[in-house]
Design a protein around this ligand. Sequence first.
Ligand SMILES: [Zn+2]
Ligand SMILES: [Zn+2]
Length: 133
Amino acid sequence: MPALKYSRQREAVKKALMNRRDHPTADMVYTSLRETFPNISLGTVYRNLSLLAGLGEINRISTGNGDAEHFDGNLTPHQHFICTHCHRIYDMQVESAASLLEEAQRAAPGSVESCRMNFYGVCRECMQAQDAG
Ligand SMILES: [Zn+2]
Ligand SMILES: [Zn+2]
């Protein structure tokens, strides 16, 4: 069964993503996996990330500024803060997100299943760097 080989790669890709909280791009996952799997290709990593996102086992994050796609292994409901300066993606919790989802459900012409919220601004580290400079 040739599919076995592919699912092993998929597991490795998933594990590599679960081990980090920095919302890496396919490139970044590829770089970290190459240490363990020197023969893995960027195409393979990207294909598996897309597949896992399609299965709902990981999340795909589009920053909306033409950046490469990012991936998130953290499936608990949370929002993202995207720094427009360094393009880093931070996890954050907005208390009213759950009630917003309920409100959206009442307004929606169907069943609301998920909601992606991105907040944009300048992160603390970048603000400090700007102050220092
Ligand atoms: Zn920043
Ligand atoms: Zn996240």
